[in-house]
Design a protein around this ligand. Structure first.
Ligand SMILES: Cc1cc2nc3c(=O)[nH]c(=O)nc-3n(C[C@H](O)[C@H](O)[C@H](O)COP(=O)(O)OP(=O)(O)OC[C@H]3O[C@@H](n4cnc5c(N)ncnc54)[C@H](O)[C@@H]3O)c2cc1C
Length: 434
C-alpha cells in the first residue's frame, strides 16, 4: 500500500499519521523546507466548537497530533473576545515536535518536492512528478496542498505579495494536485463578490513591544489594547477567518501569545501602529509586509464526497482547506485524519468511512460540501470556532465541552477508537470494520 500525500501542512501531516497507522508506506511531499504550512504562523486551538471536534477525534482514536499540540501549548483554557477555552501552541517548538513524531512513525518526508505534473491512466493517478523531475508512484494520492497564494493571486486579489511564511519566491508557489489532474475546482469569494480571502492575523516580534504588553502576554496569553479612534482600521470584511470579524477586533489591538505576538488583524499600517502606546518599535515577523497586506487564500477547493474522495479521479482524496472553505488547524487535522484513513480503506477495497452528522466533524464535512454548491455558500468560511458553522453546531446541540458526553456519543455510534493503532511497526493496523 503506497500512499503519497502532497502538501505538508496540518492536513497532510494528519493524513500521513493515519495512513501510516493503517499500515501504508507513506510519502509526504512538501514544496518548502518545513512542515505545518500556514500552521507555522498559527497557534489557536480548542477555541469554541474546536474543543468539541478535538475531543471527538481523540475519542475516535485519532488524537496523536492534538496530544503533541497540547503538550506544546504556551497557554491553556484562555478567553478572548468571542472565544472561550482556547489553547495557544508555541510556534517555535510545535513544528519540530510534529516532525520528530512523523519520522518516528516511519513516514518518509520529502522536502523541496513541489509537485507539478500528474500521469493519469484510466481515470486514476499512476504517478506524479516534482519540479526537479523526480517521479513518485502510488496506489492512492491525497491532495493537501491548501489554498494559499501563489504570489500572482496575492497580487491580483490582495495587496501584493506580503512575504509570508509560504515563501513562494524561494520554493515556487502552491500547485494543486486536483487541478493538475484536470478537475475543475471551486473558487471562494469575499462577501463583496471578489475572489479569495485575506489571512486574518500577523505576528509581531515580542521584543519590539513594550515590557508591559510582553508581561501581559507572558502571564495571561492575551493582551487587549484599545485603539484611539483616529487610528482604527477596518479589515473585517476581507478576513478569511470570519470568526474574528467582530467589532472588538476593530476597536482594539488583540494580541495572543504563540511565542511571538499574534496580532488578530490581516494587516495594520505600521506607522499608525507605532503611534499606539506600547507599539512604538513594533515590527512584523510574519508576514514581513504585515503593514500592507497578508497572504490570500481559498482559491481552489476540490469537489469531493463526504468520505473526502475527489470527484472525477478514482484514487485521489483531499483534506484541509482543499476539502472546502474550512478555516483552521483543527479543521485540517480532522479532515486529514479521515482522508488518511480512507486512503487505506480504498487500498484494501473496503467501504469508505463517512463520519455521521451526529458528530460535529461529520456535520461540518457535509455542511461545507453542500454550501460550496451555492454562490452564497462560496462567500462564507466555515470553522468550528465561530461564524455560521459554530452557530449551526449550537443550534443542533453538537457543541459540547463535556468529554465524557462526547466519548459516550462516539461509543454509541460505533466509532470509538476507529482511528487507533498499535505503535509497534509490524502491528501498524487500524481496527477496520468490514
Ligand atoms: C497567518 C495565518 C494564521 C492562522 N492562524 C490560525 C490559528 O491561529 N488557528 C487556526 O486554527 N488556524 C489558523 N490559520 C488557518 C490554518 O492555518 C489553515 O486553515 C490550516 O492550517 C490549513 O492547513 P492545510 O494543510 O489545509 O493547508 P496549508 O497550511 O496551506 O498547507 C499546504 C501545504 O502544501 C504545500 N504545497 C502546496 N502546493 C504543493 C505542491 N504542488 N507540492 C508540494 N507541496 C505543496 C505548501 O507548501 C504547504 O506547506 C491561520 C492561517 C494563516 C495564513
Amino acid at each position: 500500500m503506497k500512499v503519497v500525500i502532497v502538501g505538508g501542512g496540518w492536513s497532510g501531516c494528519a493524513a500521513a499519521v493515519c495512513a501510516r497507522k493503517g499500515g501504508a508506506e507513506v510519502k509526504l511531499l512538501e514544496r518548502t523546507d518545513m512542515i505545518l504550512g500556514t500552521g507555522l504562523v498559527g497557534g489557536i486551538m480548542r477555541n469554541n466548537g474546536r474543543y468539541t471536534a478535538t475531543e471527538e477525534l481523540i475519542a475516535m482514536g485519532g488524537g496523536e497530533i492534538f496530544k503533541i499540540v497540547d503538550e506544546n501549548s504556551r497557554h491553556k483554557n484562555i478567553n478572548f473576545p468571542g472565544h472561550q477555552h482556547a489553547n495557544l501552541y508555541d510556534i517555535g517548538t510545535t513544528p519540530g515536535a510534529v516532525m520528530r513524531y512523523l519520522k518516528e512513525m516511519g513516514i518518509n518526508i520529502v522536502f523541496k518536492a513541489r509537485v507539478v505534473k500528474t500521469n493519469i491512466k484510466d481515470g486514476s493517478i499512476e504517478s506524479i512528478k516534482d519540479s526537479e523531475g523526480n517521479v513518485y508512484n502510488g496506489d492512492v494520492f491525497i491532495d493537501t496542498t491548501g489554498t494559499a497564494g501563489p504570489m500572482n493571486n496575492c497580487s491580483k486579489y490582495g495587496n501584493g505579495c506580503a512575504m509570508c511564511i509560504l515563501r513562494c519566491p524561494s520554493f515556487g508557489g502552491r500547485v494543486s494536485l486536483t487541478g493538475l489532474a484536470g478537475i475543475k475546482e471551486y473558487i471562494g469569494k469575499k462577501p463583496n463578490g471578489q475572489i479569495g480571502a485575506m489571512s486574518g492575523s500577523c505576528k509581531l516580534y515580542k521584543e519590539s513591544l513594550s515590557p508591559e504588553i510582553v508581561k501581559e502576554l507572558d502571564t495571561k496569553g492575551v493582551a487587549i489594547v484599545p485603539i484611539p479612534d483616529e487610528l482604527t482600521e477596518d479589515h473585517l470584511d476581507i478576513k478569511a477567518c470570519q470568526q474574528y470579524a467582530l467589532k472588538e477586533f476593530k476597536k482594539n489591538i488583540i494580541l495572543l501569545d504563540t511565542g511571538h505576538a499574534k496580532l488578530m488583524t490581516p494587516f495594520y499600517d505600521i506607522e499608525k501602529l507605532r503611534r499606539i502606546p506600547g507599539f512604538e518599535n513594533a515590527r512584523y515577523e510574519d508576514p514581513y509586509a504585515g503593514g500592507k497586506g497578508n497572504s490570500m487564500r481559498f482559491f481552489a477547493m476540490a469537489p469531493r464526497d463526504n468520505a473526502l474522495k475527489v470527484e472525477g479521479i478514482d484514487n485521489l482524496f483531499c483534506a484541509g482547506e482543499k476539502a472546502g472553505l474550512l478555516v483552521g488547524h483543527t479543521e485540517a487535522i480532522v479532515t486529514g485524519t479521515l482522508a488518511g484513513f480512507n486512503s487505506v480503506k480504498f487500498c484494501n477495497g473496503e467501504k469508505l468511512l463517512e463520519i455521521p452528522k451526529e458528530l460535529a466533524i461529520g456535520e461540518a464535512i457535509e455542511y461545507v460540501r453542500e454550501q460550496m454548491k451555492t454562490e452564497e455558500g462560496l462567500a462564507k468560511k466555515y470553522t468550528f470556532s465561530g461564524s455560521v458553522l459554530f452557530d449551526k453546531m449550537k443550534s443542533l446541540g453538537l457543541y459540547s465541552t463535556d468529554i465524557a458526553e462526547i466519548n459516550n456519543k462516539v461509543e454509541k455510534l460505533g466509532l470509538k477508537d476507529i482511528f487507533s493503532y498499535s505503535k509497534e511497526p509490524d502491528k501498524l493496523k487500524v481496527k477496520l470494520e468490514k
